[in-house]
Design a protein around this ligand. Structure first.
Ligand SMILES: [Zn+2]
Length: 287
C-alpha cells in the first residue's frame, strides 16, 4: 500500500493538452505508462503522466529513472542522419538556398548536432547556425566537434533568429502552446519554424507505429491537424507539409534486430504502415 502511494505521488492525471477534453480511450502501454487517445480530437498522450518536476529533470539528464530495463535517451551521433537531413532541408527550403544571403538558424533539441551540420552545409558562408541541447552529454559531444551548441532552454534565449527547427522534439514537450510563446519570442519578423514529428495522433491503432513509443520520454503524439492547429492559432501560416515513410526495407531489418534484442517493436510488412514522419514548414505572419 505504501508503495502504491509513492507511485501515485509521481504522476498526475490530465485532460487533453490540445482540446482540454477530459474523455479518452486506452491506446497503448509501455514502460508501465499508458498512452490514451482523446475522444474529442484524437491526440494521443501519456495519462497519467509524470509530474512536471520529474519531466524537466529527465530532459536535463537524458535519463528517465522511471523507465525500466536500463535504457536511456543518451545514444550517439549518427552520420547518416546528416545526409538525410541535408536532403530534407535542401528540398523543404529550396527557395532559401537559391538566393545567397546570410541567415540565422536555431535548432532546438539539437542532440549531437546532425541538423546543424546539414544546415551549415547548405547555408551561405557567414550564416549563424546554432543549437540548444539541454542534455549535457550530447551538447558536450557536439561542442567537441566544433558545433555551436548551448546547454540551455529556449526560454533563456535572448537573440533572434530567421529560422527555428524542432526535430523530433514535439513529443517531449508537455505544453506545446506555452512552448510556442517562447518560439515566437526568438523569431524575427516573418521568421519560420520547421517541425519534424511522427503522426501517431492520426492513427487509431498502436500497432500501426513501427517503432517503440518511448513512454514517458515521449508524452504527446500529434497528428497533422494538431500541429497545423497549434501553429495557425498563434499566427503562423503553413508553407509546406511533407510526409515521409519510415517503414522501408532498411527500417524493417533494423526492427528485426531490435526485436531480437527484446525491444517492444511491432514488426510490419514494409511499405504498408500508415505511420509517417510529418515535416512542416510555417512562417510567422507579421501583424
Ligand atoms: Zn483533444
Amino acid at each position: 500500500m505504501a508503495e502504491f502511494h509513492q507511485a501515485e505521488a509521481k504522476v498526475e492525471s490530465i485532460v487533453c493538452p490540445y482540446c482540454s477534453e477530459p474523455k479518452n480511450s486506452y491506446w497503448a502501454r509501455e514502460n508501465r505508462f499508458t498512452a490514451v487517445k482523446c475522444s474529442g480530437c484524437g491526440l494521443v498522450y501519456v495519462n497519467p503522466r509524470p509530474k512536471l518536476s520529474l519531466i524537466n529533470e529527465a530532459v536535463k539528464t537524458g535519463v528517465h529513472s522511471d523507465v525500466d530495463h536500463g535504457r536511456t535517451a543518451i545514444s550517439r551521433r549518427i552520420g547518416t542522419k546528416v545526409t538525410l537531413y541535408k536532403k530534407i532541408i535542401a528540398h523543404m527550403f529550396s527557395d532559401v538556398w537559391e538566393k545567397p544571403r546570410r541567415i540565422s538558424w536555431l535548432d532546438v533539441g539539437a542532440g549531437y548536432g546532425e541538423l546543424i551540420e546539414a544546415v551549415s552545409a547548405l547555408a551561405t558562408p557567414g550564416s549563424k547556425i546554432e543549437g540548444l541541447e539541454p542534455m549535457k552529454p550530447k551538447a558536450d559531444n557536439a561542442r567537441r566537434r566544433g558545433l555551436s551548441i548551448r546547454e540551455d532552454y529556449l526560454s533563456a534565449v535572448r537573440e533572434k533568429y530567421d529560422f527555428l527547427s524542432l526535430i523530433n522534439v514535439f513529443s517531449h514537450i508537455p505544453n506545446f502552446r506555452d512552448f510556442l510563446k517562447d518560439v515566437k519570442n526568438v523569431l524575427n519578423t516573418n521568421g519560420e519554424i520547421f517541425i519534424e514529428t511522427g503522426n501517431a495522433g492520426d492513427l487509431n491503432n498502436r500497432r500501426d507505429v513501427p517503432t517503440e513509443l518511448d513512454l514517458p520520454d515521449h508524452l504527446v503524439f500529434a497528428g497533422e491537424k494538431h500541429i497545423i492547429g497549434y501553429l495557425t492559432e498563434v499566427g503562423f501560416s503553413i508553407i509546406k507539409v511533407k510526409k515521409m515513410r519510415k517503414d522501408g526495407i532498411i527500417s524493417f531489418f533494423k526492427s528485426i534486430i531490435k526485436k531480437l534484442l527484446g525491444r517492444q517493436i511491432v514488426l510490419g510488412i514494409p511499405y504498408t504502415s500508415p505511420f509517417r514522419s510529418l515535416l512542416i514548414r510555417a512562417k510567422l505572419q507579421s501583424v
